[in-house]
Design a protein around this ligand. Structure first.
Ligand SMILES: Nc1ncnc2c1ncn2[C@@H]1O[C@H](COP(=O)(O)OP(=O)(O)O)[C@@H](O)[C@H]1O
Ligand SMILES: [Mg+2]
Length: 313
């Protein structure tokens, strides 16, 4: 499918000399939900701000819907909707006015029916005549989303959309994201709630220290890096791992009461059955067995911390 977003050689060094982004290349296909995962300070907001034309890049180009974001500014701006990390809107305006005005700012003709639809979808219709400042934090966030949707963007950015929001809004938001995607929109979200990326995204990019260290289909990523652990609860504790078990990568835990075996969940032969029969041969009894699959979270933590560990080694 065609790219709606192409990022080529984008870097950013802020005034003062801090390099927030290395050289970033990224393509996002039309209709995708793309999750950008990374710890605080990784450069997520900087990258989004460059694509949205709020921050100037130090080098590189960005193409949105076939147009360069600088030369084709008017078109790319109206193609993009941004729900920023921080709530920023005119607090003294009424909800309906701030949302309708936002549509106008993107050069779209007035469309009361669309504004009503957006407000209803976000459960804001009853509050449409309230001033923004009178609303709770969660409702203010809904207003930010309504503003971003006011001009029917093809490419929607959600920067940490669920950080600090209540469960209800989070659920509503994901329902809305799915509906928007079903309607043909492309969604790029940043998060450090990994379960969300796991749930929602088609593809995941991991950003750390201003570098995109990995971009992968979510399912392929989980498959490629997926590991399982087998936990064997022993009948009698062991003081050390017996020599007869040296062909498996094992660790002892829980004061010798638990034997843990890490294996590649997708290997032809995981080594589990051979391990269990060897335990039998050695007369090592066990009371319980259970396995655990690594989540995207384990993979993410591993990836983000690996460069630091390698640098330290
Ligand atoms: N306006 C700015 N001036 C200088 N440094 C900035 C500015 N905005 C962000 N930074 C720095 O750039 C890095 C990346 O920040 P940011 O893009 O906000 O990361 P994230 O959104 O992943 O938390 C951080 O080290 C941050 O302190
Ligand atoms: Mg941020």
């Amino acid at each position: 499918m065609a790219s709606i977003l192409s990022v080529r050689g984008i870097s950013k060094t802020y005034a003062g000399g801090h390099q927030a982004l290395g050289t970033i290349d990224l393509d996002v296909a039309e209709g995708e939900i793309f999750a950008l995962l990374g710890p605080n300070g990784a450069g997520k907001t900087t990258l989004i701000s460059i694509i949205c034309g709020i921050v100037n890049a130090s080098s590189g180009t960005v193409t949105v819907d076939g147009e360069d974001i600088i030369k084709g500014y008017r078109h790319t701006r109206s193609t993009i909707g941004l729900v920023p990390q921080e709530i920023s809107t005119d607090m003294f305006e009424r909800v309906i006015d701030t949302v309708a005005l936002s549509r106008g700012l993107f050069g779209k003709p007035r469309d009361d029916a669309h504004i009503e639809k957006v407000l209803r979808e976000l459960s804001l219709w009853d509050k449409r005549f309230a001033k923004v400042q009178e609303l709770s934090g969660g409702m203010k966030r809904r207003v930010m989303i309504a503003k971003a949707l006011s001009h029917e963007p093809k490419l929607l950015f959600l920067d940490e959309p669920t950080a600090g929001v209540d469960v209800e809004l989070r659920r509503d938001m994901w329902e809305l994201v799915r509906r928007l995607r079903d309607g043909g929109a492309t969604i790029i979200l940043t998060t450090h709630y990994i379960e969300e990326a796991e749930d929602m995204a088609d593809r995941v990019g991991v950003i750390s220290g201003g570098k995109l260290i990995l971009v992968e289909e979510k399912t392929a990523l989980m498959k490629k890096l997926g590991r399982k652990s087998l936990h064997v609860t022993l009948s009698e504790p062991l003081g050390a791992i017996p020599a007869g078990l040296s062909s498996w990568s094992l660790t002892l835990a829980d004061d010798g009461h638990m034997l843990d075996y890490q294996f590649d969940a997708h290997a032809e032969d995981t080594g589990v059955s051979a391990l269990l029969s060897r335990l039998g041969e050695l007369g090592i009894g066990y009371k319980d067995l259970n396995t655990e699959e690594s989540s995207l979270e384990d993979i993410f933590v591993d990836l983000v911390h690996r460069p630091a560990r390698e640098a330290a080694a």
